[in-house]
Design a protein around this ligand. Structure first.
Ligand SMILES: Cc1cc2nc3c(=O)[nH]c(=O)nc-3n(C[C@H](O)[C@H](O)[C@H](O)COP(=O)(O)O)c2cc1C
Length: 373
């Protein structure tokens, strides 16, 4: 057994409460990171299995849902959920209610995958900031398939997609979620507009950093107009290349992004910021969080490769306000309790990350079951 973490310290402990915003008051700084698991129906409707999975993890200070499509066009992951149809809203209601009943809080991560959508899943042509082709094959219902070149969004497309973001945010609140997180990370549509490797536009949405920030800015404004800025957060992955999406100056770009989010009064940002030793998309680029922290006064949540020890050390360093845990939450439904007790963690099984059914999904043991065994 590892030693329990001391709770008397001047910097906040992982177990101290935090207000991510006036609308999001969390009992601890241990968040569940967004995790695609592919257990919805083919129409993107959440299932009873998802209800059980999320309810098991309600001990997190906040659950960030798996990435959830804002539209058929934007959703290219097999059996991932959506939030554009009435059936999807109805499907999410019991999931979120079960989390609330178990004492938890949950926000919906809202997703448009842009050029990374294969028509095998969406039935539609992929779209992006510019006509570019993603370098890696996509997961589809027929295995991994090469992605075709995306078409460049017209100004009409942009207005339509902004409307989809707004509608999905409204639907998230109708389904009972406590807020929304914009998926601005990992090389998806917003990232494709932000970075100059994928944004070759010559209109108001491309070229200068200011122009490349425009799409993200308008997404924030469109969603906040529906649900309030207090219920709106964003996830970014500022360092390193992501699914072929990169910028000549990630640090300069994402410091400008943080400054813009400050102006917009976005209350919290989550950063997936792997280091060179990361087991999830490692990069040698130094972290951008210190320069982003310098221009952003909201709450900063850091992610990637955290355990109890390095998570508390990161809070102690004064850059992060909270930590989100991904794969450790897959394998440990009672992660917050385990961290508090200094207990051993279950290991995750990557083979069942995306497979159908309960195996590797709702069958990871909690401490009380292990003690009884
Ligand atoms: C199975 C799996 C699914 C993921 N799905 C998402 C997702 O839906 N949205 C997202 O922003 N990141 C997603 N990620 C990235 C994780 O949120 C997290 O950034 C990554 O696992 C590194 O954090 P960790 O070391 O705590 O696991 C996923 C990662 C894994 C392993």
């Amino acid at each position: 057994m590892a030693a329990p973490i001391a709770e008397s310290r001047s910097m906040p402990s992982l177990f101290d409460p935090i207000d991510l915003s006036p609308a999001l008051q969390l009992p601890s700084r241990i968040l569940m990171a967004p995790l695609t698991r592919g257990r919805a129906t083919r129409d993107g409707v959440p299932t009873d299995l998802q209800r059980d999975y999320y309810a098991q993890r309600a001990g997190a200070g906040l659950i960030i849902s798996e990435a959830t499509g804002i539209s058929r066009e934007g959703l290219g992951w097999p059996f991932a959920p959506g939030l554009w149809s009435d059936a999807q809203v109805e499907g999410w209601k019991p999931v979120v209610a079960a989390v609330h009943e178990a004492g938890g809080r949950m926000v919906a991560q809202l997703w448009h995958m842009g050029r990374l959508v294969h028509d095998n899943v969406s039935g539609m042509r992929n779209i992006s900031a510019s006509a570019t082709t993603a370098p890696h094959p996509a997961h589809t219902y027929d295995g991994k398939l090469a992605l075709p070149e995306a078409r460049a969004a017209t100004l009409d497309d942009i207005e339509r997609i902004l409307g989809d973001y707004a509608a999905a945010a409204r639907n998230a609140i109708a389904a009972g979620f406590d807020g929304v997180q914009i998926h601005g990370a990992n090389g998806y549509l917003i990232d494709q507009f932000l970075r100059d490797g994928t944004n070759k536009r010559t209109d108001d949405y491309g070229g200068s950093v200011d122009n490349r920030l425009r799409f993200m800015t308008r997404v924030v404004e469109a969603m906040a107009a529906e649900v309030g800025i207090d219920r709106t957060g964003i996830r970014l992955s500022p360092v390193g290349e992501s699914q072929g999406c990169d910028d000549r100056d990630n640090h300069g770009l994402f410091t400008a992004v943080a400054a813009r989010l400050e102006t917009l009064k976005v209350p919290w940002i989550e950063l997936r910021e792997p280091g060179p030793q990361s087991t999830f998309r490692a990069t040698d680029e130094p972290p951008a969080s210190p320069s982003m922290r310098a221009v952003y006064s909201g709450k900063l949540v850091l992610n990637s490769d955290y355990d109890a020890t390095n998570a508390q050390a990161t809070l102690d360093a004064g850059i992060a306000d909270a930590i989100s845990f991904g794969r450790t939450y897959i394998a440990n439904p009672d992660l917050a309790e385990r961290l508090r007790a200094g207990a051993e963690l279950n290991a995750w099984n990557a083979k069942t990350f995306y497979t159908p059914g309960s195996e590797g999904y709702t069958d990871y043991p909690v401490l009380t079951e292990q003690a009884a065994a």
